[in-house]
Design a protein around this ligand. Structure first.
Ligand SMILES: [Zn+2]
Length: 324
């Protein structure tokens, strides 16, 4: 994903007035709904397992083996698994054998929610302070594996206790093969190729969902998931629901009630093409950007904190089980 620079303060003032989370926006806690406890150790192990395969660059051997593991794991958690494959071309002409992986629960109902994350990792550490690393693939522990790890643990819980609604867990491919923003002819749509493909060709004809939640980089210690601006624009009530749920659960420090930035990420094709109001849980703000480890060779397991995985995972579980 890539972030757009905006005129911070003035625009903040303007937008803050319209996009500050509405104090007291009510979270509808369904009475007597027991929500499973998210196991952060288990989520951590799923993150570590992905990293152990090596960089999951689309088209690489590690990508193939990790993809097979994701499919087998989802099946073992009782999901109905669909794989979407296509031969795509990256902005630099590289051939990309794309593989989107979908795990569906409670397929009988059309009251559905999408939970998604990208599972590929970036082929270049092009944000590394040492330019010698700029052609080195990253481990993508936080950028890729963390979101998948949280969703894998959620899948495990969905098998153990079925929610009322239907859930589609989507692992998008080829999110992180885009152009660096310094490139002269920079193009936003060079990123998120798997979600762009899915939004044009959903895994089920005429597929529709109530809303979607994208998780991207949800593992770093002390992460601050400011409210991403496209999420506010396209799905403000879902942002309020999720942020208020997090505050109710005591995860307010991870989900500050402050506006972040506009981030080009997999939620955009779902909103703009798929017409599914989708938010992005991603740590970004003007001070720290995506974090010093972003798109560097340092994005490894040292940057994965169980407390952050829990804050994101338990919050999403609560939203899912309280949805009727
Ligand atoms: Zn990335």
């Amino acid at each position: 994903m890539e972030a757009k620079r905006v005129i911070p303060f003035l625009l903040c003032l303007l937008t803050l007035s319209c996009c500050t989370p509405k104090k007291g926006a009510v979270v509808v806690e369904q009475p007597n709904v027991s929500v499973p406890a998210f196991d952060a150790d288990s989520a951590y192990d799923y993150v570590s397992a992905q990293v152990a395969f090596g960089p999951r660059v689309t088209g690489s051997e590690a990508h193939k083996v990790c993809g097979d593991w994701l499919v087998a794991k989802l099946k073992s958690f009782g999901a109905e698994v669909t794989e979407q494959t296509a031969d795509l071309k990256a902005y630099n002409g590289d051939r990309l054998p794309m593989r989107n992986i979908i795990g569906s629960y409670n397929t009988a109902t059309n009251k559905r929610v999408v939970l998604c994350s990208h599972w590929d990792s970036r082929p270049w550490a092009d944000n590394d302070p040492d330019v010698k690393n700029h052609r080195t693939p990253i481990d993508g522990a936080n950028d890729g594996a963390s979101g998948v790890g949280v969703l894998m643990e959620i899948a495990r819980q969905l098998q153990r206790q079925q929610p009322t609604i239907g859930v589609d867990i989507i692992f998008f491919d080829a999110e992180d093969y885009g152009m660096h923003s310094d490139e002269l002819d920079y193009a936003d749509n060079s990123w998120c190729l798997g979600s762009q493909y899915w939004a044009r060709h959903p895994h089920k004809a005429d597929y529709m969902a109530r809303f979607g939640i994208l998780l991207d980089m949800v593992g770093a210690p002390g992460a601050r998931f400011c409210q991403e601006r496209y999420s506010r624009r396209y799905a403000g009530s879902i942002v309020d629901k999720v942020w208020q749920t997090a505050h109710t659960l005591g995860f307010g420090s991870y989900f500050p009630l402050t506006a972040g930035n506009y981030v080009t990420d997999d939620h955009l094709p779902l909103n703009e093409k798929g017409r599914i109001p989708t938010i992005d849980i991603i740590p970004y703000d003007d001070a720290y950007g995506f974090g010093e480890h972003w798109h560097t060779v340092k994005d490894n397991m040292e940057w994965i904190d169980r407390a952050t995985l829990r804050a994101a995972g338990q919050t999403v579980l609560h939203v899912i089980y309280n949805e009727k």
